[in-house]
Design a protein around this ligand. Sequence first.
Ligand code: CP
Length: 309
Amino acid sequence: MQQLSVKHLLGIKDLTAEDIHLIFETADNFKQVINRPIKKVPSLRDITIANVFFENSTRTRLSFELAEKRLSADVINFSSSSSSVKKGETLLDTVNNILAMKVDMIVMRHSSVGSPHFLAKHVKCKIVNAGDGTHEHPTQALLDAFSIREKLGDVAGKKVCIFGDILHSRVALSNIFALQKLGAQVMVCGPKTLLPTYIQELGVKIELNLRKALEWCDVANVLRIQLERQTIKYFPSLREYSLYYGINKTLLDSLKKEIVIMHPGPINRGVEITSDVADSKHSIILNQVENGVAIRMAVLYLLAGASNN
Ligand code: CP
């Protein structure tokens, strides 16, 4: 069996292009499985996985749980809002107590940057990062790149622009790493206040004008404004943001070209994207969600087979 070069999935930054291609090829096989009448394989029958979520989630949590069940793993779910974290228990104590119940793998989402890296240093099991604060969301970037490959045949050579709140987005950073490793050209577009100062060092193109960015790209990955992470005002109002950076059908039609529309969700309809774009034939937003299950099956399967050393 081919193996990943990593023991945990903490971020795309740690993966090689070969790792990503191996995950895609494995996901191709699992995508066939989950489209069969019998959607389950026994691959992780002896493995127990805990989904440990310290932040809200719909897509990622359900997608991991479904991926684990399709692989026949035993699954337990932990949500910090209804746990003893509320009584003061630390992250490490919480995870060590879960591991004492003979759990083999932890899938964790946490608001603190680097928390899965901290866990990987202090506990013995495999860790999958399901999003750490504003840092990385590796499985989202993998499913995004996999969806581009599915739609356009390849990621290499494609022009992908990520629009919106780059500053607070773990999806943006993981996408930039994944797309560049796969040979795509990457641009970011948004108000200057929502572009991090380090962005130039990542080798991406920067465009402040929405129309010019749309004229350049083959694929538009549209991000939500993350108001919950904003402690100061980065733009005057959502109405003004939408006026300058909202993607609508009139604007897209005026470009006279086809652009693949992506969004990691959740969508704020009418802010960063209008419904007639999000639900259009050019949108692959629900394909991204579908592909998330196959990608997460591939990641869990490959990590379970990886050596512990
Ligand atoms: N894309 C994504 O991470 O969505 P959730 O927050 O619903 O998991």
